[in-house]
Design a protein around this ligand. Structure first.
Ligand code: JCF
Length: 758
């Protein structure tokens, strides 16, 4: 290329910079192997930008400087696809896959036993066409109606994994087709960013990709984490002979620097395709991007040509779809389920619908706040989601289809199980049945929780047995389990001699436990496994825990005592006589000693002090934070709300009695230093770090994540504070995410978590 304005050394230098930048871009975005730092890249980039600004005539359509976007457009111009962009026929079952192969064999009059296919995951993004003229990316378009799309070239140029110039491309025109998408992790990050800046939050990665590609201002597109993978050729006009198979064509694309799927395989016959499909259902969640099925294509391009098309879809390809994770159906009614702690959960009764590979007729609506937020009414057509092994949930209503007689969802005033009043408190989103152990539903759930693996771990006591035991009043509360007899168990349906013995043994072995498990098994509202373990470590004794006041958990200081006096009081307290039996024995003696030694202290302050620190040893161990601090939690993760639950629980006479009965039945734990040994870390690579987990996860349950972190020596707590190392953030993380961001605390997505744990 000659240039009249710019000196030839400038043209050469610009060309050299473009090549270098393209190389580093590819190392970074496609191969994940950067060779230079971001700062070094910036220096090269700016140098090129400066040259292009000084000599506008050297501008080139493959310049990496175009990746940051350019002037905004008024509208997109139309692009005629010289070769139509096809869609794919779908298959939904193994039979339909077999039929697909059979039709091909029939048509090709093939005598071979099986057809060779290429398989690849079907990306859930947006189809685009890319035209390279003499190796340079010159035009890119959306699919549109298949014949006419929109020219989105400036937007496509911003996609870092899209090469602006092909390596070793033949002269002429090469058109390729591919899918533009956003990785799941990048999507979450994008949405967090959008939410933080009060911008539009996207429903899913596909919508985010589509929305980003259709922006008229490409400088915004440049900030979106778009990726592209190419999977087909369009119209190709080059001198060279073309590959003979789809597979070789993909290899050729890859050699030219185009990103192709790293999951592709050649497979022989429909049954191998079925196996690939089943394997990918399992792999699906671990891929960084969302896929909604598998595309199978006849490998031989000659066979593809012989097969041709029906209407808009090729006969030589099929999209074998995964079971849909979302479906719409009618909301018939809403029932309220009563949980272990009395919490009322609205459950949607649905017209049965096939979603996520199973029939679903019930789905959760979580709580009344969620009902309000989603604006769902009885009679509505609703969207139901069931992903992986997550419980099905109602996502929202299709308001345009709302019938005239749609009814509001109302919280009942009394418990649907025991008719006790339902209590709604302002500070907690959930409504609760006030029945406690008098409510059959709470009894049942409490019992299920008590015997569960992470609590008392009583094997062989399933839901059905628990129901029978409750119905026959053989068991009313957990402690009753420990007086069950073999004769009683044999009365139950389906319990044989051997299983009765096994169950009694399991109940007996559960008596030897840890304090953490026992506290967890009690089912105190909000107290999960981690908090239970922390309470056990802190108190080392159930009676001390039971005696702890709200003030103890969340010290609010002694009114009127500021920093200076706090320090003086503490200095004085340390001089308390160590072994004075009078002082140890009586409160009046302590009062007298304090008033004599603490000049200027008021009687009310002494009272407050002794209320919380009634013994010499506790007085000697006071720190200034104890009398001065306002609202800092003493037990990691136990804030004011949880402290209320804990104190209320132990103040309830029924609960106190039940704990007495359980201990009387022989439940015990070792009180040595190794109390929680069973839960001790197995390696300490994360020792000293503190994590908080929030939101929903696809690959691991929160229990599993906690266990994995604790096993590496990390602490897991329930609330974000300055001490938090990072927030592990799943889907729909709410206030914790906001707090982490406000405090500038690192946030890990599920994929980053995998790295942390590996
Ligand atoms: O990943 C996709 N969404 C995808 C779409 C993959 C393919 O191989 C396709 C496609 C649409 C049409 N192939 C054709 C022919």
């Amino acid at each position: 290329m000659t240039n009249t304005d710019a000196p030839s050394d400038v043209v050469e230098q610009a060309e050299k910079l473009r090549k270098e930048l393209a190389h580093h871009n590819r190392q970074y975005y496609e191969l994940d192997q950067p060779e230079i730092s971001d700062a070094q890249y910036d220096v090269l980039f700016r140098e090129l930008q400066a040259l292009e600004k000084q000599f506008p005539t050297i501008a080139s359509p493959d310049s990496p400087t175009l990746r940051v976007g350019g002037a905004a457009l008024d509208k997109f111009s139309k692009v005629e696809h010289r070769q139509p962009m096809l869609s794919l026929d779908n298959a939904f079952s193994e039979k339909e896959l077999n039929d697909f192969e059979q039709r091909i064999k029939d048509r090709l009059k093939s005598k071979t036993t099986s057809i060779e296919f290429v398989a690849e995951p079907k990306l859930d993004g947006l189809a685009v066409s890319l035209i390279y003229q003499d190796g340079v990316f010159t035009q890119g378009a959306t699919r549109g109606d298949g014949n006419t799309g929109e020219d989105i070239t400036p937007n496509l140029r911003t996609i870092r994994s899209l090469p602006l110039r092909l390596d070793d491309a033949p002269a002429g025109r090469i058109e390729v087709r591919g899918e533009v998408f956003i990785d799941k992790g990048a999507f979450e990050e994008l949405n967090r960013h959008q939410a933080k800046h009060k911008e539009k939050v996207f429903v899913n990665p596909r919508n985010a990709a589509a929305g980003s590609l259709r922006l008229l201002d490409s400088t915004i597109t440049a900030q979106r984490p778009l990726r592209i993978i190419v999977y087909a050729m369009g119209l190709i006009e080059v001198e060279n002979t073309l590959p003979e198979t789809h597979w070789d064509m993909l290899q050729w694309f890859s050699r030219m620097g185009l990103p192709v799927s790293d999951q592709s395989e050649t497979l022989s016959g429909a049954s191998a395709c079925q196996q690939y499909y089943e394997r990918m259902i399992d792999t699906r969640d671990s891929l960084p991007y969302e896929i909604d099925g598998i595309v199978f294509k006849v490998n031989s391009l000659k066979q593809q040509q012989d097969l041709g098309f029906v209407s808009r879809a090729p006969r030589w390809a099929v999209a074998y779809k995964f079971p849909a994770e979302e479906a719409t159906t009618q909301l018939l009614s809403v029932d309220f389920q009563v949980g272990r702690t009395g919490a009322l959960t609205p459950v949607a009764r649905l017209e049965p619908v096939f979603v996520g590979g199973a029939m679903v007729s019930n789905a959760t609506l979580h709580n009344m706040d969620e009902v309000a937020r989603k604006g769902v009414m009885v009679g509505d057509t609703v969207t139901v989601r069931r992903a992986g092994d997550v419980i099905p949930e109602v996502v929202g209503a299709i308001v345009s289809k709302r019938p005239d007689d749609a009814a509001r969802i109302m919280l009942p005033e009394s418990c649907p199980v025991c008719t006790s009043p339902v209590i709604v408190s302002d500070d907690v989103a959930v409504a609760k049945c006030s029945g406690g152990f008098n409510c059959a539903a709470q009894r049942r759930e409490a019992l299920k929780h008590f015997v569960s693996r992470r609590a008392m771990n009583i094997d062989g006591l399933g839901e059905k047995l628990i129901d029978q035991l409750l119905e026959r009043h053989m068991v009313n509360r957990p402690s009753d389990l420990y007086s069950l007899t073999k004769e009683q168990l044999l009365e139950l349906d389906l319990v044989a001699e051997k299983s009765a013995e096994n169950l009694l043994n399991a109940i007996d072995s559960s008596k030897q436990t840890t304090l953490g498990r026992f506290i967890f098994a009690l089912g105190i509202p909000e107290v999960g496994e981690t908090t239970a373990r922390q309470l056990a470590a802190h108190f080392g004794d159930i009676d001390k825990l039971a005696a702890a006041s709200h003030e103890y958990f969340v010290p609010t200081g002694i009114p009127g005592i500021g920093k200076t006096r706090a320090v003086r009081i503490i200095e004085t307290l340390q001089s308390l006589p160590q072994q004075d039996s009078d002082l140890v024995a009586s409160k009046p003696a302590l009062e007298k000693w304090l008033s004599e030694h603490l000049s200027g202290i008021k009687p009310a302050e002494i009272d407050a002090l002794l209320d919380r620190f009634p013994s010499v040893s506790s007085l000697r161990s006071i720190t200034s934070a104890d009398i001065q601090s306002k609202g800092e939690s003493r037990v990691e993760g136990v804030g004011a709300t949880m402290a209320t639950f804990i104190v209320d629980f132990f103040n309830h006479t029924d609960n106190a009695k039940e704990i007495r009965s359980l201990l009387g039945a022989g439940i015990q734990w070792s009180t040595s230093a190794g109390t929680e040994a069973a839960d001790a870390p197995t390696d300490d690579s994360l020792a000293g770090s503190v994590y908080v987990i929030s939101g929903k996860f696809t690959n691991m349950s929160r229990d599993e994540i906690t266990a994995a972190l604790v096993a590496k020596g990390a602490k897991v707590t329930g609330s974000v504070s300055k001490k938090t190392t990072a927030l592990i953030c799943g889907e729909a993380a709410g206030s914790k995410l906001a707090k982490a961001e406000a405090l500038g605390i690192e946030v890990f997505t599920e994929s980053a978590l995998d790295k942390l744990l590996s």
